[in-house]
Design a protein around this ligand. Sequence first.
Ligand code: GAR
Length: 189
Amino acid sequence: MKSIIIMASGSGSNAENIVKYFQGNKNVQVTAIFSNKKDAKVLERASKLGISAYYFNKTAFLGGQIVELFKALNPDLIVLAGFLWKVPTDLVEAFDSKIINIHPALLPKYGGKGMFGMNVHKAVKENRETESGISIHFVNENYDKGNMIFQAKTEVLDTDTPDHIAQKVHALEYEHFPQIIEKLLNGKI
Ligand code: GAR
């Protein structure tokens, strides 16, 4: 059985989508969801889905406790699904090529510190981009800079608001993220 740990900071609609995708799968299970926000909606979603969920603070994240805990859980993949803290070097090194992130834009555009969620879609709109999309990549010590695994595009119309762009990007995330996770776990990527 392959196991996944999900890390999320906010709503967790991607986390929920991933959990549902693998429900009933005999080869893959989501072991736990970890959040750095005590009141994040993702924790509520996890409890409704019957998935173990944990809150952790910055001290645990930067002080090595999370690395030790994850080593004990021994996941095959750590999936950042709307997780907004930079991942420390000890975690990256302990899980080399086993941590992936989804970013709501076509990296290298609109990446880096402060570029998350609606901030990204507002910037895409302000710059009158004609397309946006999703980027799924390995995580290294630098924000949004790890090796690219997969990208998908969506058209941005003149009439699209940042909310519309967010909806289109979320649709791409729901469609592709679980499939890419499955392919990675099965060695097909
Ligand atoms: C997703 O769109 C994800 O790509 C983005 O946060 C959103 C989380 O939505 N991640 C980043 O911006 C990372 N820099 P969700 O909580 O509903 O899954």
